[in-house]
Design a protein around this ligand. Structure first.
Ligand code: GTP
Ligand code: MG
Length: 149
């Protein structure tokens, strides 16, 4: 089953939004495969955002995700990479739909509450940055036949 990497950024943790945001993914029908609260260090932050190295927002973004604990998660489900990005809304919360996570809970691109992998390949890379293989769990939940054929 497809997997994605989602991270509740420091502002989500500090603002007490962990439960609200996780709840949206649970209600959608996705399955949680791994979860941890951690403090991101500089090495991990720079590796996470290495595609943006050299851009003006690289250093502030690295500082941002190091600024407080984050919640790192692996979620699985049909089309979860694209659907989670849809649920998150645009990178800049000012352009995010009102029902999306960033549209509901954020107002500025520098504090946009959540990260989500942008492709299946990015998801694999990011999952392996934050989790060891044995931390990704496989289990059954009742009612899975009510989520898709
Ligand atoms: P992520 O899921 O966090 O990767 O966001 P994204 O894929 O929607 O956007 P992108 O990968 O292009 O940017 C990564 C992160 O850098 C964003 O989520 C923001 O936190 C930050 N960022 C991007 N552009 C800007 C910017 O112009 N200014 C600031 N301050 N931060 C930015
Ligand atoms: Mg990105």
């Amino acid at each position: 089953m497809e997997k994605t990497f989602l991270m509740l950024k420091p502002d989500a943790v500090q603002r007490g939004l962990i439960g609200e945001i996780i709840s949206r993914f649970e209600k959608k029908g996705f399955k949680l495969a791994a979860l941890k609260l951690l403090q991101v260090d500089r090495g991990l932050a720079e590796e996470h955002y290495k595609e943006h190295k050299g851009k003006g927002f690289f250093e502030p973004t690295v500082q941002y995700i190091m600024s407080s604990p984050v919640v790192a998660m692996v979620w699985e489900g049909k089309n979860v990479v694209a659907l989670a990005r849809e649920m998150m809304g645009a990178t800049n919360p000012a352009n995010a739909g009102p029902g999306s996570i960033r549209g509901s809970y954020a107002m500025d691109i520098s504090r946009n509450v959540i990260h989500g992998s942008d492709s299946v390949e990015s998801a694999e890379r990011e999952i392996s940055l934050y989790f060891r293989p044995e931390e990704i769990l496989t289990y059954q939940k009742p009612g899975e036949e009510w989520l898709s054929e």
